[in-house]
Ligand binder design. Structure first.
Ligand code: QUE
Length: 375
């Protein structure tokens, strides 16, 4: 069992704590497998009525996955270990999405990439004044994975594409407003929330409602119209042209941000979200209202398990292809290895990326290599 995952049963509540603080709890294969094992055991134990997921110490819930190890795998063994990591991580994401008991995720700090993948499928997603949420994969030449195609395509307006392209960081108030979080609690109420849930696991919703406080105004409300306007298109070239044609400070800042990200990541993310939106437009079930807070999505969309599995199957294809692209090794080098934050993207501009190239990245894998949920 992983030393970086603490697991306990308190009464009839299972408690998983991420405990790899020196890496902001970034998920390793070992941690992912430990979480799978414990969650499967608790799923089959009728005594476990609810599950809490939090982090043991430090300023982050979970900063992502161990992408430095994935990069080493790409450079040293052709990426087999990297693909194995994503296969198991997505298995964990799907297990949580389909979990037959309420799961509460405490996003009390940095919640990015892989951390988003274990928080979003939870029935209850608690934000605090410490929450810092982002899908920052454009900085490392990956793409917004761990089910982001599902979650981002269900946000109001063009917030999903905006988050995917810019890697913008949302605070707890913004997460609640967008529907990414279901509750906003002051961090000093979390210990009480957990103790009360452990004492009364059938009253999770009431307990979190009672401890909720009014968050500060979400900055995102003021920018939502601009986001919908400038990020309206599913074509990266259109978005860049719209920002270039505007001389406002906001447009200039967002344009500079996009120019720093991997063009390939951005094109893949736009297509991924557009295709996910098209798939669920046949049967729309919004994650969030954007303006209206929809709260706790009862039933956790479990009847959509097959549709979520389809999303993960697609994202695994993208992961298998994207880690083999030069931008991934280069992006991880620039951000996490050399930390010069000066990646040299290849192709360097969107015009260098053809539809044929994208078709190859989205194409099915050979039959035996496709992703499937845990058996
Ligand atoms: C973009 C990312 C990631 C990132 C930084 C980015 C990411 C990720 C990590 C990360 C952080 C701390 C660690 C670690 C990984 O950083 O996905 O192993 O200790 O996992 O700008 O996408």
């Amino acid at each position: 069992m992983s030393e970086n995952i603490h697991h306990h049963i308190h009464g009839s509540v299972g408690h998983l704590s991420l405990a790899r603080p020196r890496a902001i709890n970034a998920l390793t294969l070992d941690m992912v497998e430990a979480m799978q094992r414990v969650l499967l055991e608790w799923r089959d134990d009728p005594a476990v009525q609810a599950v809490l997921i939090d982090h043991a110490e430090g300023r982050g819930f979970c900063a992502g996955g161990d992408v430095a190890a994935v990069r080493r795998s790409v450079l040293e063994d052709g990426g087999a270990a990297g693909r194995a990591f994503f296969r198991e991580e997505y298995g964990l994401n799907h297990l949580l999405f389909t979990y037959p008991r309420p799961v509460v995720a405490f996003m009390d700090g940095i919640t990015m990439g892989g951390g988003v993948g274990i928080a979003m499928p939870a029935t209850f997603r608690v934000a605090t004044e410490n929450t810092l949420f982002a899908m920052p994969e454009g900085a490392i030449g990956l793409f917004p994975d761990v089910g982001a195609g599902w979650y981002l395509s269900r946000l109001a307006g063009r917030i999903g594409p905006f988050l995917a392209l810019t890697g913008a960081r949302l605070d707890g108030a913004e997460c609640l407003w967008a529907g990414l979080a279901t509750h906003y609690l002051p961090s000093d109420a979390l210990a009480q929330a957990k103790a009360r849930i452990i004492a009364a696991p059938d009253a999770v919703a009431t307990i979190l409602d009672e401890l909720s406080v009014q968050p500060p105004e979400a900055r995102l409300t003021r920018n939502a119209d601009k986001i919908d306007h400038f990020f309206a298109s599913d074509r990266l070239e259109d978005i860049l042209a719209a920002l270039e044609a505007d001389d406002s400070k906001w447009a200039g800042k967002e344009l500079a941000t996009l120019r720093s990200k991997s063009p390939l990541t951005m094109k893949v993310a736009l297509r991924q979200i557009a295709e996910a939106r098209r798939r669920h437009e046949l049967d729309p079930r919004p994650l969030a209202g954007g303006v209206e807070q929809t709260g706790r999505d009862p039933g956790i969309r479990r009847d959509d398990a097959a549709a979520f599995a389809e999303e993960m199957r697609i994202e695994y294809r993208l992961a298998a292809r994207m880690i083999a692209e030069p931008d991934f090794a280069e992006g991880v080098r620039a951000v996490l290895v050399d930390k010069d934050n000066a990646p040299r993207w290849n192709p360097a501009t969107p015009e260098g990326i053809s539809e044929v190239k994208l078709d190859a990245i989205f194409a099915p894998l050979p039959h035996g290599d496709e992703w499937a949920p845990l058996a």
